[in-house]
Design a protein around this ligand. Structure first.
Ligand code: PGA
Length: 251
């Protein structure tokens, strides 16, 4: 059976000291919650402090992006080799904020994904439709296309290290959440697309998270859906009690 994964995406929040304090508070709240994995993806400069604070707990610390080259003239970027050298196992790739504000395309998402996998990392691959696409009734086509393009040339073996985060862009940071039915339907389309690419068995092994204003109030309903295997949490991952309540909902 696939793992349930509750991951926080801190985005551009938390200094090392703030992350240390946050982890100290959240650690006992998620201790012993063995029905799901817990990850916080942190800004690069905050990773080391968060890792130190998380020692001895089930909490894993990931990154929020990674470059596709191994090294070179890419000012401001960080390679997969650098992340693994720092003991970072998980990385978010293709978040809609990267796509919206930093020119990320399915092509660069695919390159980054392949580089992270080649370095032995586990990838939280984000995709999802924008509001106009949902209103036009083309959500299923959009997520199927993103799934195919973002995973181009990713092998069935490598797929085991992929978590997909379905995040409708209109729901991110807006307080608008997809209904459990919408989340289920779209996560199912993603799984069917994976089944076409890799076979049913491989597709059934992939954890598919929902993300987009998931919080302590709506998490249980969303997580109860058969194809929703976890959450990628932005705003609510900055408040220990809210995040812990989502982990509780996954038990
Ligand atoms: P949100 O962010 O929970 O604040 O909507 C989710 C995300 O961006 O991953």
């Amino acid at each position: 059976m696939r793992r349930t994964v509750i991951a926080g995406n801190w985005k551009m929040n938390f200094t090392p000291a703030e992350a240390t304090e946050f982890i100290k508070v959240v650690k006992p709240l998620v201790a012993g919650k063995n029905k799901c994995d817990v990850i916080f993806c942190a800004p690069y400069v905050t990773i080391a402090a968060a890792q130190q604070a998380a020692k001895g707990s089930k909490i894993k610390i990931g990154a929020e992006n990674v470059h596709f080259a191994e090294k070179g003239a890419y000012t401001g970027e960080v390679s997969a080799k650098m992340l693994t050298a720092c003991g970072v196992e998980y990385v978010i790739i293709g978040h809609s904020e990267r796509r919206q504000y930093f020119g990320e395309t399915d092509e660069t998402v695919n390159l980054r994904t392949k580089a992270a996998l080649a370095a032995g990392m586990k990838v939280i691959l984000c995709l999802g439709e924008v509001k106009e696409q949902r209103l036009s009734g083309i959500t299923n086509e959009v997520v199927a296309m993103q799934t195919k393009l973002d995973l181009k040339d990713v092998t069935a073996e490598e797929l085991k290290n992929i978590i997909i985060a379905y995040e409708p862009v209109w729901a991110i940071g807006t307080g608008l959440t997809a209904t459990p039915e919408q989340a289920q339907e779209t996560c199912h389309v993603i799984r069917e697309t994976l089944a076409k690419l890799y076979g049913k068995k491989a597709a059934n092994g992939v954890t598919i998270q929902y993300g987009g204003s998931m919080n302590e109030k709506n998490a249980a309903e969303l997580l109860a859906k058969p194809d929703v295997d976890g959450g990628l949490i932005g705003g609510a991952s900055l408040v220990p009690e809210k995040f812990a309540a989502i982990v509780d909902a996954a038990q």
